[in-house]
Design a protein around this ligand. Structure first.
Ligand code: PGA
Length: 254
């Protein structure tokens, strides 16, 4: 079973601040215990951040082109990321789905672009508040999983990480309760087991995202199907991010 805590900086920090963050994290890394740590800085910093990353901390992108090389101004391909020492990318984040036109189809292409290069695809799914209140949360999440993951060969699963991020909890200070989150994580695990078999499904890390912070990380990460988190705001300051990793029961402090 993989345990992962990944930071998503979104459009925050300048280069100098990014390098200082990496320096602060480097000396702390032995405390991570059995938790893989990932960080997704803005694209211009990826190569340099990857070259400075200590063992156990992988640098991932916030986006990837759905296509290969060619006349696609502004895009970076999975192969380019790999050539910079980058380990993968976040795909299907709700901010990209809502504001930058990332449809289910594009998200599926991006997942395939990554796994075909043996890079990690941190695939995000999650429902809006209206969908939750209408009792549709599970249907929505399963449809997102189906669109992006269903056709993959089981051999690609080691390169897939699922991040359940209820949209109403992202950046709002509202967190799903550990029961709500576990219920959805259990149903995601169930979907993976039906699709790929229980053994394969048990190896996929399912992360929770949405206002996760040091104060609530331990309770969330102690749930049986919550293997870590995708962290926005609380990943920006090393001390907060370290506090979140330390909330994981498989970290040194956990
Ligand atoms: P948040 O963001 O931790 O700031 O809520 C999570 C995310 O969007 O990945």
């Amino acid at each position: 079973m993989r345990n992962i805590v990944a930071g998503n900086w979104k459009s925050n920090k300048l280069m100098g601040e990014a390098l200082k963050w990496m320096e602060d994290m480097s000396s702390w890394m032995p405390n991570r215990g059995h938790v893989e740590v990932m960080v997704a800085p803005p694209a211009p910093y990826l190569s340099q951040m990857a070259s400075k990353a200590p063992a156990g901390l992988s640098v991932i992108a916030q986006n990837v082109s759905p296509e290969g090389p060619g006349a696609h101004t502004g895009e970076h391909t999975a192969e380019m990321l790999k050539s910079c020492g980058v380990s993968g990318a976040i795909v299907g984040h709700s901010e990209r789905r809502a504001r930058f036109g990332d449809t289910d189809r594009l998200v599926a292409q991006k997942v395939r672009a990554l796994v075909s290069e043996k890079l990690q695809a941190v695939f995000c799914c999650g429902e809006t508040l209206e969908q939750r209140e209408a009792g549709e949360a599970q249907t929505v999440v399963h449809a997102q999983l189906k669109a992006a993951i269903l056709g993959l060969d089981a051999s690609a699963l080691p390169f897939v990480v699922v991040a359940y991020e209820p949209i109403w909890a992202i950046g709002t200070g509202k967190t799903a309760s550990s029961e709500e989150a576990q219920a959805m994580h259990g149903s995601i695990r169930g979907w993976l087991a039906e699709t790929f078999g229980a053994d394969k499904a048990s190896e996929v890390a399912i992360l929770y995202g949405g206002s996760c912070k040091p104060a609530n990380a331990h309770e969330l990460f102690s749930q049986p199907d919550i293997n870590g988190g995708l962290i926005g705001g609380a990943s920006l300051e090393p001390l907060d991010f370290q506090g979140v990793v330390e909330g994981h029961p498989d970290s040194e402090k956990g």
